[in-house]
Ligand binder design. Structure first.
Ligand SMILES: [Zn+2]
Length: 53
């Protein structure tokens, strides 16, 4: 199983890497995502940036 589709989302507030998801490889190469996700450290929704492993 390739890890090419593994994505880590890093909280831009505290830096925690808490979200992982899989998505289409083509979409990956287009642009870096910034998503509002729930951070377990901040206990609220914060902007998360995509990190490629
Ligand atoms: Zn956070």
């Amino acid at each position: 199983m390739s890890q090419d589709n593994l994505i880590i989302l890093k909280c831009t507030k505290c830096g925690a890497r808490v979200h992982r998801t899989f998505k289409n490889k083509r979409k990956l190469q287009q642009h870096k995502l910034e998503l509002n996700k729930y951070c377990e450290v901040c206990k609220k929704h914060t902007p998360h940036k995509e990190i490629k492993k």
